[in-house]
Ligand binder design. Structure first.
Ligand SMILES: Nc1nc2c(ncn2[C@@H]2O[C@H](COP(=O)(O)OP(=O)(O)OP(=O)(O)O)[C@@H](O)[C@H]2O)c(=O)[nH]1
Ligand SMILES: [Mg+2]
Length: 253
């Protein structure tokens, strides 16, 4: 629109005062272009500052840093901001988020023994599709940060410890608060630790989390999972979750 306006202005000036006006106009537009370029640089710098500020929490894993470096090297051109490749992984502390992510990365049962004190990111490349999983620790101090990461995600994976009966109401409260922020974000609930004897069955988890109250328009899945303790092969439930997310990513873009 402003290009058209400039052209109209140039034609009018030419008609009125000949070639000198064209030179004047081209000088003005060159100057304006330089000013615009300068503004672009300033805007880019401001944007980077915002992105830096948005990294609220220390990145725990070196895998994440490597993943980000690789991503930066592989993609000289920035992807459009609308292209979301991130799966946000949330759930109360001890529910098994890191253990599940470690198992996906190593392709076998891989338990975590260290609570996540910030964020933990892993990058999975499957053929041409690349997906980032971002876990934010589930401790009480970190839960207020959870919702800040929702905007970047194309799906939310919410993990519950199926044996932590006493804290299911708390897990439910946080889940319902989170999904209020985005009415269409696909939700995958993993009822983890199904290997343990006292684990609630997924139908009990369905009821305890009041999943029937979640709007029908949202894609919602509930899967029973466990992480093998003996380092054996990735349980099929986790493989299915991974495949399902890859499919969701394809559908979303
Ligand atoms: N038996 C069994 N134990 C599990 C399973 N998944 C995780 N655990 C154990 O549960 C504990 C917590 O697992 P984490 O993966 O660290 O849990 P988290 O959700 O990442 O916890 P935070 O990082 O503190 O939010 C660890 O001792 C794991 O070994 C599972 O499927 N079965
Ligand atoms: Mg963790």
């Amino acid at each position: 629109m402003s290009g058209l306006r400039n052209l109209g202005l140039a034609v009018a000036m030419l008609a009125a005062s000949g070639g000198a006006a064209l030179l004047t106009w081209s000088y003005i537009t060159t100057k304006r272009r330089k000013e615009e370029q300068k503004e672009d640089v300033i805007k880019e710098e401001q944007k980077e500052e915002v992105v830096a500020k948005e990294e609220y929490l220390p990145v725990e894993s070196q895998v994440a840093e490597r993943c980000m470096l690789l991503a930066a090297r592989e993609q000289p051109q920035r992807e459009p901001q609308t292209r979301k490749r991130q799966v946000l992984v949330l759930g109360l502390d001890g529910s098994g988020k890191t253990s599940i992510l470690n198992s996906i990365v190593t392709n076998r049962g891989n338990h975590s023994t260290v609570p996540t004190e910030g964020i933990h990111a892993v990058c999975i490349t499957n053929g041409k599709s690349k997906m980032e999983f971002l876990e934010v620790g589930g401790s009480e101090q970190l839960r207020p940060f959870w919702e800040r990461y929702l905007d970047r995600a194309f799906a939310l994976v919410y993990i519950v410890d199926s044996t932590d009966h006493g804290r299911l109401p708390l897990a439910k409260k946080h889940l319902h608060q989170l999904i209020q922020h985005d009415s269409s974000l696909p939700l995958v609930v993993l009822a983890n630790k199904q290997d343990l004897e006292n684990a609630y069955h997924i139908t009990d988890i369905h009821d305890a989390l009041a999943l029937s109250e979640i709007c029908e328009e949202r894609k919602l899945f509930l899967i029973g999972t466990h992480v093998a303790t003996d380092g054996s092969e990735l349980p099929s439930s986790i493989e299915d979750t991974q495949e399902f997310l890859a499919q969701l990513l394809l559908e979303t873009h």
